[in-house]
Write a protein that binds this ligand. Sequence first.
Ligand code: NAP
Length: 280
Amino acid sequence: MKVIITGGTGLVGRYLSKMFDDKDVVIASRNNCDITDFSSVKYLFYRTKPDMVFHLAAFTDVDKSEENPALALKTNVSGTNNIAIMADKLKSYVVYVSTDFVFNGEKTSPYSENDTPNPLSIYGKTKLEGERLVSGFCKKYCIVRTSRVFGKNGRNFASILPLKLKSKIKITITTDLVNSPTYARDLSKALFEIGRERFQGVLNFCNSGWCNWYEFGLYICQYYNLDPSLLTPISIRNFHDSTAPRPAFSALNTSLFSKLFFEPRSWQIALQEFLKYEIS
Ligand SMILES: NC(=O)c1ccc[n+]([C@@H]2O[C@H](COP(=O)([O-])OP(=O)(O)OC[C@H]3O[C@@H](n4cnc5c(N)ncnc54)[C@H](OP(=O)(O)O)[C@@H]3O)[C@@H](O)[C@H]2O)c1
C-alpha cells in the first residue's frame, strides 16, 4: 500500500506520518511537491501511484488569509483542486482535513456533520471550497473536520501558548471564542483509523468538551502551578491582534466518529499528556 501525506512536515502531518511504515509513506512537503503547481502534483502522483492520500497541506494562517486572500485561495482551493484531480485519475482514496471554521458559530450546541456550513473568514471559505472540490472530483473520500489543534513544534497559537506560559510570558487572551481543543496525536490516530476503514463521507473529530482560549490558558497555568494573572482576559471585540472574523462557538459533535471508531478523550486529559511528555 502506498500513502501520500501532503503537508507531511506540518503540525498534524508530522504525527500522522509516524503512524505508517517508512516504506509505505511519501511525506510531501513544499520541497518535493508544491500543491499549487499541477505538474509537480502530477509527477508525485504518477511516481507514487498512491492507494490513499491524506491531504493536509494548506495555508493555515487565519489572519494572514484576510491580508492575502489570493495566497489562501491559491493554496487551499487551486492546490486542493490539483490534488483532487490527480487522486481521481489514479482512483486513490482521499482524506481531506478541514476545519470548524467552515461554520459561522451562531449555534449554541456542537456542530454535527449535517449542519450547513457558512464560513465567516477567507480561510474558512477556502477550506469549504476545498471540501467541495474533493467531494466533487473524488469517488472515494472522507472529509474530516477538526479544531484548535495543538502539538509539538506547531507554529499555531494553541501549540505556542504552553511554551510562552511556561516561560512566564504574560498573554492577553480572549474569552469569547469557544471550540474543542484537539491533540495532534489523537487526530492522527483518528485519521489513521478512518483511512484503514476507508470511511466515506464527512466526519468530525476533536477531543471531547470545549472551552474558550482563556480557559485553555488557565488549565495550562494550573498544570504548571503558575500565577493565573499571567493571563489577561479580553473580549474579541477589544482584541486587535487578530483581524479575521471567527465563529463564536464552533465545538464539534463527534457522536458519529465515536460510534464508528473510538470515544475521543477529553481535551484536558489530552492536554495533560502533551504537557507532560512533549513540552520539556
Ligand atoms: N492547526 C489547526 O488548529 C487546524 C484546525 C482545523 C483544521 N486544520 C487543518 O488541518 C490541516 C493540517 O494543519 P496543520 O496545523 O498541520 O498545518 P501547518 O502546521 O500550518 O502545516 C501546513 C503544511 O502545509 C504545507 N504547505 C503549505 N502550502 C503548501 C504548498 N503550496 N505546497 C505544499 N505544501 C504546502 C506546509 O509546508 P511549509 O512548512 O513548507 O509551509 C506545511 O507542511 C490543514 O489542512 C488545516 O487547514 C488545522
